[in-house]
Each structure stands twice: as C-alpha cells, then as structure tokens.
Design a protein around this ligand. Sequence first.
Ligand code: PMP
Length: 435
Amino acid sequence: TIHRPTSDRLYQEALQHIVGGVNSPSRSYKAVGGGAPVFMKRAEGAYFWDVDDNRYIDYLAAYGPIITGHAHPHITEAIIESVRNGTLYGTPTELEIKLARMLKEAIPSMDKVRFVNSGTESVMTTIRVARAYTKRNKIIKFAGCYHGHSDLVLVAAGSGPSTLGIPDSAGIPTSIAHEVITVPFNDLDALKEALERWGDDTAAVMVEPIVGNFGMVMPHEGYLEGLCKLTRDAGALVIYDEVISAFRFHYGSSQTYHAFPDHKEIEPDLTALGKIIGGGLPIGAYGGRREIMEQVAPLGPAYQAGTMAGNPASISAGIACLEVLQEPGIYDRMDRLAAKLADGMREAAAANGIPLTVNQIRGSFSAHFCDHPVTNYDEAQDTDGERFGAFFRAMLDQGINLAPSKYEAWFLTTAHTDADIDATIEAAKKAMAKL
Ligand code: PMP
C-alpha cells in the first residue's frame, strides 16, 4: 500500500486558502468517501508522481485533454518555442489560421471557427449564437450530459419531458432554468414530446453525440438521425458538444465517426470543442454553418470576446497535439489497449461474482458496478457508488489513478503500453477480490 503523508498535509493547508482545497469540485474525493486527494507534482507519458514520490499509471488524462500522454515532447517543444516569442499579443496570428484549418478539415460541418478559452465558454457561446440566429430562447438538453458551468446548462430535469427545468446549482435564477427543458438521452419519444410542447420557442437542442459524462455511452442506432430530423422540423438548431468526443475516437469528431454510416444526416449546425484541441493548455472553440456563425461580432449582433482567446501557447499546443494524432495507427493502438483492459476488468469482476457493465468506445471506456446496460443517465445513476469508491481506493493504493467518480470514463493515451495494461488488470483483480 502506498502512503501519502505529504498529500494529507498539503490538503489541510489547501483547505485554509482554496475553497474545498481544490480548484474544481470534480478533483475532490467527496464522491468516493472523502479525504485528501493525491497532490501530483510531475507527469510523463502514462505516469505521474505524487508529492511523496509514489508513481501512478494515469487513466484520468486530466479529464480528457492529455490523449498523447503527459509532457509529450512534440507538444512541450511547441509550447516552449511559442512562449519564447511572447505569451500574448492581443492581435491576430498566423497560427490561429492553421489550427482553424485543421479543425475545419477534420470536422466539415464547421465553415467558420472562433477560439475561446474553455469548453464552458464554447458551449455558452453556441447557445447565444443559436438564440441570435433563431430569435428563440429555449434550449433542450439531455439528463446527465455536462456542458460546463454556465447558467443555462446547469439545469436539471423537471418531472417529465414536457416540464421546464429546475436549477442544478444555487445562484441560478428559476427564470433562467425555465428556458431549459431536460429530456432523457437515447429516447426519441421524449424529445418528440418536448418539441411538440416547446418546439416553437426552442432555439437549439444541445447534446453530447457520444456521451462522456455519465460513462461512455453510444447513441442507439438511428438516434442522432432522429434527433437531427425532429429538431430541424421544429425550426431549431442542433448543437453538438464535442468537448470530450472530438479527436477522442478517431482523427475527427463524432460527426465523422465510422460507426455512423451517413455523416450528412447527423451533421449539427454548431459544434462546441475543447480539451484535446488545446494539447493540455486552456482552449475552447466553436464553429458551424457560415450564415449562423456570421451572427458573431464583429460581423453580426451576437457578442463574444476574450483577452486570452487564441493565445499562441494554447494554439501551438493544439496544433502539435493534432499533428501527433495524425500519425498512422495511433487510434487503433489505443482501441486495442482499451479493449484488452476492458476485457480484463470484465474478467476480474466475473471471477469475483461482481456485476460490472463496461462500455468501451475505442480508446476510452466506463465501468459501472451494476447488472444492467448503461444507455442513459437513470441507468448510470442506478449503479453502486459505494462499491466504486472502494474500488477507486484499492486501485489508487496500488498506483492506478482513476477519476474519483463512478460516472467518469477511463482514458487511454498514446503513451500507455501493454505492460501498463497488464499491471492495471492485475491491480483490478486484487481490488475486486477485496470488494
Ligand atoms: N462539455 C463537455 C462535454 C465536457 O465534458 C466539459 C468538461 N468536462 C465541458 C463541456 C466543459 O469544459 P471546461 O471544463 O473546459 O469548461
């Protein structure tokens, strides 16, 4: 077992100065029984080291961005070279054009792009743009999908698909929540019902086309086609939040993923991006059809700005990251390793009579302690969080770092090796035996 006295001490100190001791609530161990989170000090490839010099194999990947592994030399060099020339100009640069072109080539539904600083900002702005374009106010979203922490998307379901939302956080006015309708994912009838009731007022339907926030969840066959058709028939826009999913499964987005036979039928009007496209530095981007994007200032009446937006370091890291991801075979390798680990998890659970549902999508998967499929948020909620907490700790104590939440995915990176996977399966066997 690993000891972490310095993390314990730093956590006590952090609590004095930083609210909750963490700068994002998902980093706290509240959902896995509490206590001090591990304080990391260095990372390289698939590993990081904590302040007590314990080594961990990392499957958190910083909640997604670190798909090429930590401190990838090509990305690190790009950042260093960039900051040597200054960190921020407040003027356009040629680099921004390069990354915009790369995104457009990979995601053809984006005629025009704008860079921002986070996924939250990109999603928030797509909503403003959709409202400006449609001159309508309401948004339909899906239970359990996370779209950042702006007011409109931190709203939970009312008591059925045809009811208005309720705030998911203090500090959000009910009047704002009433602009949002939340329906279950993978249920076209529920969406249809909501659109019948609110369609004329609906600016956009916002969805994670492949879900990454209540486990990894594929849309049912035909679901996205149906969602796009119902939404367009109501005169509303389709917004894909691809902050997690873009460049995750292949070099492109969910919109162009091979599991969807007809890409044109599932193309959104607007797409929100973040995470991987910044190579580990802060970034967001949104884009879409030309006439919709032309609503944005300085061309149109929808205002959006940013002092740090398109900063050279983030853009350089993003370009370098996408360059690494263009290397042939890279996604197939992550897929193969994830499949091996997913199988190992299933076997370790079965050997101990523990029900486990593993959803693998290419180089990522989720593992829910339950005996039913996980295709929507209700099913993901109805899983054993206490058991997950015990599993999480047993893995951590063997040097395997997972996200401290039963909903989060495991992310493979280009740096993980067969030896890492074998070691993780061994650890999972021991952890399951203890549950
Ligand atoms: N959308 C999705 C699908 C996300 O997973 C996240 C973050 N986990 C966000 C938006 C928000 O991104 P950020 O944390 O960069 O604001």
